[in-house]
Structure formats: structure tokens, C-alpha cells
Design a protein around this ligand. Structure first.
Ligand SMILES: *Cc1c(COP(=O)(O)O)cnc(C)c1O
Length: 400
């Protein structure tokens, strides 16, 4: 929609856009963006309503597919990702649902990393019932992606870094493979957020988000989005959203919109703490291995630094001695870190992937994915890093 943009210089930089991008304020001149908690909008006369329903005039009509607060969130996120447009959805998963509903049909094929978010794998497998097949391939081997291409391949779907092993995929290489195969590359940018990584810079066509994680940043609401070209958003995603109703509520949009204002400083501060913690953990005798893209020991360290603005991100994993008992001792010893599966919060969270997020896999599948019983995942928040070290040391020191 060509609605009035807030007055900003055309060349404003991302940190400025994160705080200021949006619609012009209402007649009341509010400074903080308004929360338009309304399901529908009133038309001045019958002819205007007719034009608006026929898409001949830009105006807000009904919050299932158009709302000013949601539009502000969409514009701000698009500005940060460097895409022309964006559509907000009720959750990260519904963003993937909208993606597939809008772009694919029976007989089409998807190539996806085998290391993506567990519910993403489940959802893509569900589409098999509707004749859309998915091949799951190595996160780190572009040749495997190329080999999986079929004439009917429409999408390549990647997530980087992966959870919990923080494996990094080469977005530029996957973008070339997608182009050669006549397919679109979709990147789930949940773990880095646009503050660290802009997949379209490396050739991705669509950026998918769970706004629930770092974009909100304080663990308050569920939200999602797809960032893409204006053509894809206007001709594919918005019409399907209008029919399917996977809409983001204005209230949740407002929370995430305000979260974007602090995204960059949070990502820098949380990544710095994560790297300090990762280096410290590598030196602990009770720790067998640490996974964080900022560590020189990380297999794709150089690629990660190139793709992620020199930042490893705020998520790390470690493998402790003593397998499951050793991992449980650390989790149960923690008095600051929260034992919860959410991530991207200013509060540090600690989880045992093998029995929670990856608990539905067989032990054999987990072994293949490299998720061992001694593995712990941390999403590092904004607490004092010395307090976090002491918190982990309580369980690490426990003989097991
Ligand atoms: C949480 C998450 C999702 C799903 O998002 P929801 O908002 O929970 O639906 C998708 N991808 C990644 C990487 C996630 O961490």
C-alpha cells in the first residue's frame, strides 16, 4: 500500500530505520507508534468502500489483512532486512504455512536443510499429504543441495546458524544453486536477525522470521513474518493472507515493533556475552566441546564471520562430561538461567535438546544429527556474564 511514510531521509541507515521507520503519525501527533486495536475501518461513503474492497484505493479495511500497527512492523522489518516489502504472520510457523500455501502446488518439490527447526521439518513433511515433497539435505554441503534439485523444485529452505549445533550454511552458494534450478531461496533468519545477517545481500529471495525470538527480545508474544519483493508480497502473500487469515494481531505487532528499536544493541551485547561465555566454557575441564560460530574452533568460523557481520550470535551449545546426568546437573544447578525452550530473550535460557526440542527424534536420528545426551543449549541474555559463569559452574563442579 502506498500509505504516507514517516518523514525520513531516503538514505537513513539501519540503526536509524530500526527506531524510526513506519507510517506517518495520526492526527494526534503521537510520538510512540500507536496501537490500532481495531478489527475494521470505517469508510467515508459507499463509493470509497467499493473502491477499497476492489483494491483500487489504498486504505485500511479489515485487520485480517491490513492494520496500521501491523503495517508499521512490516515496513520496519523490511527496511532492516533490505527487502522491498514484508508480511506479518501470527507465528513463525504460520509464516512457513503462508509461504507454501501461496507459492506451491501439488507436484512441487522443496529442498531443505536437515538441521532446521524441528517444527519446520514436521510442517514440511505434512505437505507430503498434499503432494508437495521435501528432500532434507546436509546443512553445510552445497553439493548435496544441488544434487537434490529436481525439475519441479520450487523452494530451497535454509536456516543459519542451526539449532543447537550452530552449523552455518553458505547463503551465497545456496542462492546460486536456487537460481540455476529456477527455484527461490528462503532463509529462516531467526537466530541472527537482520542486526547481524541480511540474507538478501547474499542472494536470498525470501527471509522468514519467528518474531517470537530476538525481534521481540523479551519473550512476550508469538509473531512471524516473510520479507520479500513487493511483487511476491502483493501478488502472492497478501491475497493468500486475506483468504487464510494467518494474521498477526495488532497488539503483538506493536510489541515486536517496539522490540525492533533495541534489536541491534541487544544482538551486539548478547553476542558479546555468548562469545565470552563460549571461550570460558572451552577452558572448563568438565566441558568436552563448545559450539559457537564466534570461536576459532568452529568449522565454519570464517564463513560465519563473513555472513554475520563478524558476530557469532547469542546462542551456543556445549557438551559436558557425564552424558545426560552431567547435563541435568548443570541445568538443575542453575539459579539464574531459565530452564525453558524459548530463546532470544534478554533472560538467559538453558535447555537439554535431546530430551526437549529434539526429544521426538529416535536416539539414532539424534546421533546422526550430532545431538548427544551431554549437550546443553544456552541462549545468552543480558545478565552480568560473571553471574552466568557462576551459575553454570554450580552444576559443572558437581562430580558425575
Ligand atoms: C521458534 C522458531 C520458529 C517458529 O517460530 P514460532 O514463532 O514459535 O512459530 C521457526 N524457526 C526457528 C529457527 C525458530 O527458532
Amino acid at each position: 500500500m502506498s500509505l504516507p511514510r514517516v518523514d525520513l531521509p531516503a538514505d537513513a541507515r539501519p540503526d536509524t530505520l530500526a527506531v524510526r521507520e513506519g507510517l506517518a503519525p495520526s492526527v494526534w501527533g503521537e510520538h510512540s507508534e500507536a496501537l490500532f486495536l481495531t478489527s475494521s475501518f470505517v469508510h467515508p461513503d459507499a463509493a470509497s468502500a467499493a473502491r477499497r474492497f476492489a483494491n483500487e484505493e489504498d486504505a485500511f479495511v479489515y485487520s485480517r489483512f491490513s492494520n496500521p500497527t501491523v503495517a508499521m512492523f512490516e515496513r520496519r522489518l523490511a527496511a532492516l532486512e533490505g527487502t522491498a516489502d514484508c508480511i506479518a504472520t501470527s507465528s513463525g510457523m504460520s509464516a512457513i504455512l503462508l509461504l507454501v500455501l501461496a507459492l506451491l502446488k501439488s507436484g512441487d518439490h522443496i529442498v531443505c536443510s536437515q538441521s532446521v527447526f524441528g517444527s519446520t521439518i514436521k510442517l514440511l513433511q505434512e505437505f507430503g499429504r498434499f503432494g508437495i515433497a521435501t528432500s532434507f539435505v546436509s546443512q553445510t554441503d552445497p553439493a548435496a543441495w544441488r544434487a537434490a534439485l529436481r525439475p519441479e523444485t520450487r523452494l530451497l529452505f535454509a536456516e543459519t546458524p542451526s539449532n543447537p549445533l550452530t552449523e552455518v550454511c553458505d547463503i551465497a552458494a545456496l542462492a546460486r544453486i536456487a537460481r540455476d534450478g529456477g527455484a527461490l531461496l528462503v532463509v529462516d533468519n531467526c537466530f541472527c536477525s537482520p542486526a547481524l545477517q541480511r540474507p538478501v545481500q547474499f542472494g536470498a529471495d525470501i527471509v522468514m522470521h519467528s518474531g517470537t525470538k530476538f525481534l521481540d527480545g523479551q519473550g512476550r508474544v508469538i509473531a512471524g513474518a516473510l520479507c520479500a519483493s513487493e511483487e511476491l508480497v502483493r501478488t502472492k502473500f497478501v491475497p493468500m493472507q486475506r483468504s487464510a487469515g494467518l494474521s498477526l494481531s495488532p497488539f503483538n505487532a506493536w510489541v515486536v515493533l517496539k522490540g525492533l528499536e533495541t534489536l541491534s544493541v541487544r544482538m551486539q551485547a548478547q553476542s558479546a556475552r555468548a562469545l565470552e561465555l563460549a571461550r570460558w566454557l572451552e577452558a572448563q575441564p568438565a566441558v568436552e566441546r563448545v559450539y559457537h560460530p564466534g570461536l576459532e574452533s568452529h568449522p565454519q568460523h570464517a564463513l560465519a564471520m563473513k555472513q554475520q557481520h563478524g558476530c557469532g550470535g547469542a546462542v551456543l551449545s556445549l557438551v559436558v562430561r557425564g552424558a545426560r546426568a552431567g547435563a541435568f546437573a548443570v541445568i538443575d544447578g542453575a539459579r539464574i538461567c531459565s530452564n525453558t525452550a524459548n530463546l532470544g530473550d534478554t533472560k538467559t535460557t538453558i535447555t537439554h535438546p535431546a530430551s526437549t526440542s529434539h526429544g521426538r527424534l529416535s536416539e539414532q536420528q539424534r546421533q546422526a544429527a550430532g545431538i548427544t545426551q551431554g549437550m546443553i543449549r544456552l541462549s545468552v541474555g543480558l545478565e552480568d556474564v560473571e553471574d552466568l559463569k557462576a551459575d553454570l559452574l554450580r552444576g559443572l563442579a558437581t562430580p558425575s
